[in-house]
Design a protein around this ligand. Structure first.
Ligand code: FAD
Length: 421
């Protein structure tokens, strides 16, 4: 049985069915979970729409007439909803129909102890359980925030109308993607980040270059900010911040909080099943994805970072295989690429220079501005910076960091290199 019906759960269920098991997927909400409904799919299609809107208005080729920005945001959102519905049907509902050994049970699962599960009052005792309950948006404890209300990434992707101005709290992956998306649809966006850099986990040079490109699109980005409180009067939010030693109050029509996500691990009896949680509420698993209960495995966002759909799917099938066959396969995230779908995209794999040196590696780093790459010149899009880190002596690539138009594709080669060395 899987608890949850998102990407990790589907991958687990399909693998279990292939191994001959009868499987139940238990889902309390919309089938397909975060990625298809409220995550990757809706955000990436709206990002593409915003990109086309921006580049048609600000073409880098002479002789191309500027197109006006879109006047029908609602139509763009409706088209996104149509895509979400179609992909949910194709990638999840039809997959169920193609696997007679997999049954969908709609309802909320609660663990009752051992291998016991209760779904809306009915008791089950599956042989093995894979928990795949995902994650939810998290908001920092800022004074006034709970009272004023705000939108999270889910709400933002379905706004009924575009605001004139928006403050975005958090300049990590989701905040940056959504901040640029709204700016490109003409919203005046101010982004607030408490860390010294946007995309704080990335190479500082790359984060700084991305910040400059976004600033060039008239987004305001403030880093090293302390957010003191949030108020609301009428239709306006007021966000009081301390930045560079001074206090400022920012006013906006909309407030988006994109400050990270937390695993869904409370309120369904994990403690009764003796499943241990970590510091941020994530399920603790060993390298075979087994929890502290020998019959319960876990995969996806509920086990914490890194929260990516391809990690969830990989971990889901691995958890099912280990649970059913005792294969003892190990979750190996050694060469794991990550992509932030801004424009230019930011993609990396492996270690940063600082991390490599911190691990005692003798490394050298080279950086190459994308403006020197002829293909970028030909495409008239020379935004970007590439930083590669290799070990002295053997030349082993230990980290690749790419800020470029198609960085998400470019990083694959570096991933293969670092995975094979
Ligand atoms: C805005 C946004 C953009 C993103 N973009 C990308 C991207 O571009 N690339 C990428 O790789 N990743 C992206 N992600 C992350 C990706 O969506 C997640 O990592 C992935 O969907 C997690 O899958 P999961 O199966 O672990 O959880 P989910 O898909 O969240 O599934 C969990 C399911 O469990 C159900 N559930 C919870 N508790 C119970 C219970 N007790 N009983 C029954 N059901 C329960 C929930 O209703 C939910 O449907 C994005 C996320 C967001 C929010």
């Amino acid at each position: 049985m899987t608890i949850g019906g998102g990407s990790a759960a589907f991958a687990a269920a399909i693998k279990a069915a292939e191994l001959g098991a009868k499987v139940a997927i238990v889902e309390q909400g919309t089938i397909g979970g975060t990625c298809v409904n409220i995550g990757c799919v809706p955000s990436k299609t709206l990002i593409k729409a915003a990109e086309i809107c921006y580049h048609s208005a600000y073409s880098t080729f002479e002789g191309l007439a500027a197109c006006p920005p879109p006047s029908d945001w609602q139509r763009v959102v409706r088209q996104k909803d149509e895509l979400v519905a179609a992909l949910r049907e194709e990638k999840y509902v039809r997959v169920l129909a193609a696997h007679p050994n997999i049954t969908l049970i709609r309802g909320r699962a609660e663990l009752t102890g051992g291998r016991g599960v209760s779904i809306d009052g009915r008791a089950y005792s599956p042989g093995k359980i894979v928990i795949a309950t995902g994650s939810r948006p998290w908001a920092p404890p800022i004074a006034g925030l709970a009272e004023t209300g705000y939108v999270d990434s889910t709400d933002a992707l379905s706004l009924s109308a575009l605001p004139k101005s928006m403050v975005v709290i958090g300049a990590g992956t989701i905040g940056l993607e959504l901040g640029q998306l709204f700016a490109r649809f003409g919203v005046r966006v101010t982004m607030l980040e408490t860390a010294p850099h946007v995309a704080a986990a990335e190479e500082p040079e790359i984060s700084e270059a991305l910040k400059n490109y976004l600033t060039g699109e008239r987004l305001t980005l403030m880093t090293g900010v302390n957010i003191e409180r949030v108020d609301r009067s009428g239709t306006q939010y007021h966000v009081q911040v301390v930045v560079d030693g001074g206090t400022k109050t920012l006013a906006a029509d909309q407030l988006l909080v994109a400050a990270g996500r937390r695993s869904n691990t409370s309120g369904f009896g994990l403690e009764r099943a003796v499943v241990t949680l970590g510091r941020k509420g994530e399920i603790v698993v060993d390298r075979h994805l087994r929890t502290t209960n020998a019959d319960i495995y876990a995969a996806g966002d509920c086990i914490g970072n890194p929260m990516f759909v391809y990690v969830a799917a990989y971990a889901g099938q691995l958890a099912a295989e280990n649970a059913l066959s005792g294969a003892g396969r190990i979750l190996d995230l050694f060469a794991l690429p990550r992509v932030t779908f801004t424009d230019p995209q930011l993609a990396s794999v492996g270690l940063t220079e600082l991390e490599a040196r911190g691990q005692g590696l003798d490394v050298e780093a080279v950086t190459l501005p994308v403006e020197h790459v002829p293909r970028a010149q030909a495409a008239r899009n020379t935004k970007g910076l590439i930083k590669l880190i290799r070990e002295h002596g053997n030349g082993r690539l230990v980290g690749a960091h790419v800020l470029a138009a198609e960085a998400g594709e470019v990083i694959q080669e570096a991933t293969l290199q670092s995975g094979s060395s």
